[in-house]
Design a protein around this ligand. Structure first.
Ligand code: AVI
Length: 327
């Protein structure tokens, strides 16, 4: 079993608060203005994302859940669970709804591993830990709160077994092309030859299916975006008037980029931590990309970052794929 020193977690929390302010100020000083969607996930943001995952339009979670429910044995085979010992690390674990199926299966097969969920939201990690202790008390769990790579490096030092890394939910789609390549390259450099990565990709499909998933009729996705402005108000002494911003979604079926924006509905000024930011009427803040991939784009990404694809598990509609990569 592995232990995390408490002190370093507090230090990381301070760093995180500074980064939040710097990222917000730099993003809103830029042209075009942008904010990072990684800050969507405060307590309310977590709740709204849970609601999004349950929406009829948001197919991603159901597709990957189907894979984890119905093809658990295939996943276990692809990660060579019955061969050498391993530890299981999940990047952006959230509530671990999907991976719980795999954890249960591995546990029933007698696999001896530590599950290390990594997430930027301490709130969702405590929900995860509580639920998992109830559902699967035999699983050895070590939650790590923070940025992916900082926590991954920590996890690499804490355990000497081979690593299986899960990166589910289409989270990789929330990076732009360059960020995704850098992320995969950095991951490749950090891992050892016997390690395995399983990444979930949302595939290109009918553009209306994609667009509707991100511009739902009930307005939950809009609320999810606008919640970041409320978070900035609360945590960074700002005074955004939320009703003066509107959510706008776009999908480009050629590039596969699904993008969300917040549009300023008036010429206005907003104060953030003492600094005045001006917004013109109809000016957009770039909030989030949710990239959709073709199979060949996934192959290119794996190849460019040094990985080899060894398996591919899709849902019955072929809308989502879990791609298995070796170092
Ligand atoms: C977490 N991530 C994969 C979600 C997505 O589909 O890009 C976040 C999200 N944004 C709007 N709806 C869901």
């Amino acid at each position: 079993n592995v232990q995390v020193p408490k002190k370093s977690l507090n230090k990381l929390k301070e760093d995180h608060d500074n980064h939040f302010l710097n990222d917000v100020l730099n993003g809103l000083r830029s042209t075009p203005k942008h904010l990072s969607s990684k800050y969507f996930y405060d307590k309310r943001g977590d709740e709204l994302f849970q609601k999004i995952m349950a929406m009829p339009e948001y197919y991603l979670t159901r597709c990957e859940l189907e894979i984890f429910k119905n093809k658990t044995a295939d996943i276990a085979e692809c990660i060579r669970a019955d061969q050498e010992p391993f530890d299981l690390i999940e990047l952006g674990a959230g509530d671990a709804m999907k991976s719980t199926y795999l954890l249960k299966y591995l546990n029933e097969k007698g696999a001896d591993f530590t599950y290390m969920p990594i997430d930027i939201s301490g709130n969702i990690l405590s929900v995860l830990e509580k639920n998992l202790k109830k559902k699967l008390p035999a699983i050895d769990i070590l939650p790590l709160e923070g940025e992916y790579f900082q926590m991954l490096e920590k996890a690499m030092k804490l355990s000497s077994k081979r690593k299986v890394i899960l990166f589910l939910g289409g989270n990789i789609g929330n990076m732009n092309k360059e960020e995704a390549t850098n992320f995969c390259t950095e991951l490749h450099q950090l891992l050892n030859p016997e390690d395995i990565v399983l990444i979930g990709f949302d595939l290109k499909k009918n553009p209306y299916t994609v667009l509707n998933a991100y511009s739902d009729l009930a307005g939950i996705t809009a609320e999810f975006n606008l919640n970041l402005l409320s978070r900035i108000n609360r945590e960074l002494e700002a005074n955004f008037v939320i009703s003066q911003f509107q959510h706008y979604e776009s999908y480009d079926p050629i590039t596969g980029s699904c993008k969300s924006f917040l549009i300023s509905l008036a010429d206005q000024e907003v104060k953030i931590a003492g600094e005045v930011m001006t917004f013109a009427e109809n000016e957009a803040i770039d909030m989030e990309v949710s990239q959709k991939f073709s199979k060949s784009e996934i192959e290119n990404l794996a190849e460019k970052s040094g990985f080899t694809i060894t398996g591919e598990i899709s849902d019955s509609k072929d809308w989502f794929v879990d791609s298995i990569w070796k170092v």
